[in-house]
Design a protein around this ligand. Structure first.
Ligand SMILES: [Zn+2]
Ligand SMILES: [Zn+2]
Ligand SMILES: [Zn+2]
Length: 396
């Protein structure tokens, strides 16, 4: 039985890397397709499974064949525009759209050719290693030894043994604490929303998007509904959080040591703020920029506003979200413009075809006229003989 070694913010328990796929080929918790080909990541207690490529991979590895050159993971890599790319390990071609381990612009190794080293890293044979998933950039770490595996083991113990849920914490809030919590919500305000602009992606439109975000509200009734109160709670350091976010919070606190330095909230209300923050950070780390919608932005922004009202120091998250908003606007504008241009092209195409048809009809008509020209000319002679007269004039 392979020891669990992989700590991953997408799951609160350590994951094991298995050389055999589970016999029942359970669906992958990331992509939904069956995990029927090894190796796979697995948490046996939750039946949580990930394909190797759907899970966290070493951000760097070393390969015996290239001593001294650390190789980094890239989601895709085309080092030039030659159109032909090779693996320096097996010397076969490689698809530049597939993930690759590379050392600068010089050496490239197929993921499959680096696989045995990847597995050694994931199984802890290379000590502690930083991990990340492809595309979505969810972080993780290999825990070969030390504190973190103890922490994770502690959470596992707490989840099994403790019955403490978020609801217990909520029910134990004093009147003052409840008031403190309620005061963090953002009541609705009446804001006139007249957003008509001639072009939906102008500078004005961008300002209006920012205004809409700034005006976002999260009234108490909606705020409290964001929590699944039945979720079990575990300790992370001196704080408490729902078990599903334990790993994320641990990572956040490690990275942002002064996160709550200025917050004067009571510990129980802090728990509720941590859940909100971890939820946003996790949701953002799973979403690719091209999948972002305005609704998501509103949702993230609203939650962050609440956490900010709690005096959590999270400028980094705010800054990141500001960049996401601007990137979203740019991509949405591009999509809109492409669609509008395509629509107009289609109209031009349709009208051109109609015009062509009318021209053809005219030509057809001209031919018919020409084919009848002898008889028409003869008849016109008679017509000119009758000009300036009434048609019965010669009869009298
Ligand atoms: Zn998968
Ligand atoms: Zn689990
Ligand atoms: Zn290769």
């Amino acid at each position: 039985m392979q020891q669990p070694t992989v700590s991953y913010t997408g799951h609160p328990h350590l994951l094991a890397v298995l050389d055999d796929a589970p016999r029942h080929a359970p669906p992958c918790n990331e992509c939904g397709r069956p995990c029927d080909s090894p190796p796979v990541f697995r948490c046996a207690r939750c039946d949580f499974n990930l394909h190797l490529l759907c899970g966290p991979l070493p951000t760097t590895i070393e390969l015996d064949e290239f001593p001294g050159d650390p190789f980094s993971l890239a989601d895709s890599f085309a080092e030039d525009d030659s159109g032909e790319y090779y693996c320096d390990f097996c010397e076969d071609k490689r698809d530049p759209r597939e993930c690759v381990y590379h050392s600068g612009d010089y050496y490239f190794v197929h993921f499959k050719c680096a696989m045995s080293e990847v597995l050694r890293s994931l199984k802890g044979e290379r000590g502690d290693v930083d991990l990340r998933t492809l595309g979505k950039l969810i972080p993780g770490r290999v825990v070969s030894k030390g504190l973190n595996s103890q922490t994770t083991a502690q959470w596992e113990k707490q989840i099994t043994e403790s019955t403490l849920t978020l609801k217990d914490i909520y029910d134990s809030l004093t009147e003052n604490e409840l008031m403190e919590f309620k005061n963090l919500s953002i009541p609705s305000a009446d804001i006139s929303s007249d957003y008509a602009t001639s072009f939906p992606y102008s500078g004005d439109a961008f300002k209006q998007l920012l205004d809409r975000l700034d005006a976002v509200t999260l009234p108490w009734e909606e705020l409290i509904k964001l929590y699944n109160l039945d979720t079990k709670v575990v300790d992370v350091g001196e704080h408490q959080i729902t078990w599903d976010f334990a790993n994320i919070m641990d990572t956040l606190l490690r990275k942002h040591k002064d996160l709550i330095a200025e917050s004067r909230l009571s510990p129980k209300v802090k728990t509720f703020m941590f859940v909100l923050l971890c939820d946003v950070v996790y949701s953002m780390s799973r979403t690719k920029i091209e999948d972002v919608t305005e609704q998501m932005l509103m949702d993230w922004w609203g939650r962050l506003k609440v956490v900010q009202r709690a005096n959590f120091r999270m400028q980094l998250v705010r800054d990141q979200l500001t960049i996401v908003v601007s990137a979203y606007f740019g991509l949405a504008a591009n999509k809109f413009n492409e669609r509008a241009t395509a629509d107009l092209d289609e109209q031009i195409d349709k009208l051109s075809k109609e015009l062509e048809q009318v021209r053809e009809n005219r030509e057809q008509h001209q031919k018919l006229v020409e084919s009848a020209s002898t008889i028409i000319e003869k008849c016109l002679d008679d017509a000119s003989a009758l000009s300036y007269k009434t048609v019965g004039a010669d009869l009298l």
